[in-house]
Design a protein around this ligand. Structure first.
Ligand code: ADP
Length: 249
């Protein structure tokens, strides 16, 4: 059983060095991060600060040199690649800048795949897909290939794929990074909407404007947390005013 009262994510002392052609780079230099259930946390900072590396560590796509990660109170210390892959299907939804959809699968199959892999029946997977795609405003494109959709639509499909198994944690790495301003606004509006319904989100972005949609903003600099600020959006959200209003349009 997961501990529903504790933090969804707890990282302590994370350190990660990359070994590239120009020698080693310590991308993450000792990061402690606790994310509570229902929080929308933006990690922002300049390019090269180590934000993506941090997200890769939190999702098990890369392993830290040292430090620990707990998900729902459970230590990930003994998890190897296969276990992380299973947990990414069930407990961690991820959206990336370039969508990472399977190009030769239809929209419907892209969204249903994680559910089927998690052991959900085909009927339930279809129902879940239909509900999510309708909610995300892209009904009627189920049989299309990803390449037949706009960037904004592809990112909405990627969001549906990330959320179909109802993961307690959604990680988003520059989800609007390859979109025009309309697509950016759509994606941010959808993230805020899911957050308002209780979805815990960690969003990595170099765009401070997007970060302001979150209720907590962590500034990342040179592999470390330089600032961790709570934004005062919660009261207005309770009154039904969306934090997206802060996006300036
Ligand atoms: P950000 O997401 O903030 O732009 P990254 O985590 O991508 O930062 O990168 C942090 C640092 O680590 C940069 O100096 C980058 O060049 C380096 N880096 C990231 N990934 C790799 C890699 N796979 N191999 C070598 N160096 C890397």
């Amino acid at each position: 059983m997961s501990d529903t009262a504790g933090p969804v994510l707890q990282a302590e002392g994370l350190v990660k060095t990359h070994y590239g052609e120009s020698g080693p780079t310590q991308a993450v230099r000792g990061v402690d991060l606790h994310v509570k259930r229902g929080e929308f946390v933006a990690v922002t900072g300049p390019s090269g600060a180590g934000k993506s590396t941090l997200l890769h560590l939190l999702s098990g796509l890369q392993q830290p040199d040292s430090g620990s990660i707990h998900l729902d109170g459970q230590s990930t210390r003994t998890w190897r690649e296969h276990r992380w892959a299973v947990e990414r299907r069930k407990r961690i939804g991820i959206v990336f800048q370039f969508f990472n959809l399977v190009s030769n699968l239809s929209v419907a199959d892209n969204v249903e795949l994680p559910a089927l892999l998690a052991g959900v029946s085909p009927r339930q997977a279809r129902a879940g897909r239909e509900e999510l795609l309708a909610e995300l405003g892209i009904s009627g494109k189920d049989r299309n290939l990803p390449s037949e959709l706009s960037g904004g639509e592809q990112q909405r499909v990627a969001l549906a794929r990330a959320l179909i198994n109802h993961p307690p944690l959604l990680l988003a790495d520059e989800p609007a990074g390859s979109l025009d301003s309309k697509g950016t606004h759509e994606v941010m509006r959808l993230l805020s909407r899911f957050h308002q319904r209780g979805q815990t989100i960690v969003l990595v972005t170099h765009n401070a404007r997007l970060a302001s949609a979150a209720d907590r903003v962590i500034s990342f600099f040179d592999g470390r947390i330089a600032d961790d600020a709570q934004l005062d959006t919660a009261p207005s959200r309770k009154k039904g005013t969306s934090a997206v209003l802060k996006l300036g349009d």
